[in-house]
Design a protein around this ligand. Structure first.
Ligand SMILES: [Zn+2]
Length: 458
């Protein structure tokens, strides 16, 4: 988690929520575009879920697997380097007195306290963004290209970075103004109300993101192709989802990753497929992914996520309250930070939060992964496409390690691993084989719904 991310924790959390889904991602030139159903996974009286799982896993060439393992395991180290780099940047700002100088400048510009906090924020975000830029450009540009996941040239990529920075200026600035306002007025209980303000900021961001933020980076339009849309809407109706539209986003502008997500809140909540999935996924695969996204929707994962993060945020603020008092008493004078209401305290707050956030990684991943597993189970039942689901798991295996150890999965995976997903799908298929056996024509229809003379359908 790099400094800018920690700092704009609001945006980070938004990303966590706004796409609690992201069923997927990339496909490289090494994986078959359309993944066949291996013979061991074909429905037959001898169907064996374990053998079917192994047969699917064997479809992924060894070179493709080595590449995705390297990409994903490299990500483990990036968590550490981002954290350490962020610590260094914060200590730099504090020890060289830059933070105090930025505060002084904002006070020379205006006497209006909320505006001082905002101007401090602008300087802070600009300076830290520049300082972490080498890491940002390595992680977001060179590394993505190295693994064949990126589609942008440097100019457009940089353009997106600048747009992201502008969003952070505005949303982060509003949050910082709100938080320092709370600290100035409520010296004893600021940490509780700070958590409330942060959570409100989170909800507002989730609410507006599909309408005002995503379109800054991509074009989102209604998906028209009836071959894709009709089965999806049928599945939505069958599951009591009042959807009339499915949206498509041109994610291929930035990446080769396949994905889909549920975003928004209340009336802005919507399901969006990305164009990589539409172009490369089989129809069965698209339906399996949509079933998963509908799982997020029906199981209220966005609302549960916000509730969970509210509790987490309160906990983080309580820790901040305690640790800021401790560190300011010791080093506040040296860093020329007057007290907790002084905007110059921000790098210290970010530093302290990043330490806890780093340790928090496995818990955060486990919360998300648990929801993803629930959506997987829902999606299998809703779509009845275990093979499409296995195909998607392989496509996603281009950037996510397929077969981690259990501890590794617990610590680092925010989605179930590909192996576990295929295994879930094949177990589901084994228990529902009658749906796929051609010699059992009425098996898919509940007996009570079979058209018998005089019986009323229900
Ligand atoms: Zn998901």
């Amino acid at each position: 988690m790099n400094l800018r991310h920690v700092l704009t924790s609001l945006l980070i959390l938004t990303v966590l929520f706004v796409s609690p889904s992201v069923f997927g991602q990339p496909v490289s030139d090494q994986t078959p575009a359309v993944i066949p159903v291996p013979s061991e996974a074909q429905a037959s009286p001898n169907f064996d879920a374990e053998k079917a799982t192994e047969a699917y896993l064997a479809l992924m060439p060894a070179s493709a697997r080595a590449r995705s393992d390297a990409y994903f395991e490299g990500g483990y180290w990036l968590i550490l380097w981002d954290f350490l780099y962020g610590v260094v940047v914060a200590l730099f700002l504090l020890n060289l007195g830059w933070s105090a100088k930025m505060r002084d400048l904002s006070e020379r510009i205006t006497r209006f306290k909320p505006l001082q906090a905002f101007i401090y924020w602008l300087q802070y975000l600009l300076v830290t963004s520049i300082m972490v830029f080498p890491l940002t450009v390595y992680e977001g540009y060179f590394r993505e290209h190295k693994y064949g996941l990126a589609t942008q040239t440097f100019g457009p990529w940089m353009g997106d970075q600048l747009k992201g920075l502008l969003v952070n200026f505005v949303l982060g600035g509003l949050l910082v103004m709100g938080l320092f306002g709370v600290v100035r007025r409520l010296r004893k209980t600021w940490w509780i109300w700070g958590a409330v303000v942060t959570t409100i900021g989170l909800i507002v961001t989730v609410l507006i993101a599909p309408i005002y933020i995503f379109p800054l980076f991509n074009t989102i339009k209604r998906l028209e192709n009836p071959r894709i849309v009709d089965p999806i809407l049928s599945m939505a109706r069958a599951n009591g989802i009042p959807a009339r539209d499915v949206f498509e986003i041109d994610a291929s502008r930035q990446t080769t990753r396949m994905s889909a997500n549920v975003s928004g809140f209340g009336k802005t909540m919507r399901i969006t497929l990305n164009d990589n999935l539409i172009r490369r996924g089989s129809l069965e695969e698209i339906q399996a992914v949509m079933g998963h996204e509908m799982g997020h929707y029906v199981l209220h994962h966005i609302y549960k996520g916000i509730t969970f993060y509210f509790i987490v945020i309160v906990f983080f603020f309580a820790y901040l309250h305690w640790s800021l008092d401790l560190t300011l008493a010791r080093w506040g004078g040296r860093w020329k930070i007057r007290d907790i209401a002084d905007p110059a305290v921000l790098p210290l707050a970010v530093l302290l939060v990043s330490v806890l956030a780093f340790a928090w990684t496995p818990i955060d991943n486990t919360f998300t992964r648990t929801q993803e597993h629930e959506a997987d189970m829902y999606g299998l039942n809703a779509s009845r496409q275990p093979d499409g689901f296995a195909q998607a798991a392989i496509h996603l295996g281009e950037y996510r390690k397929m077969s981690p150890g259990p501890v590794e999965e617990w610590i680092f995976f925010d989605h179930p691993s590909g192996r576990n997903r295929i295994s879930d799908a094949m177990r589901w298929k084994a228990e529902n084989l009658r749906l796929f056996m051609s010699d059992a024509p009425s098996a898919a229809v509940p007996v009570s719904a079979a058209p018998t003379g005089g019986a009323k359908p229900h």
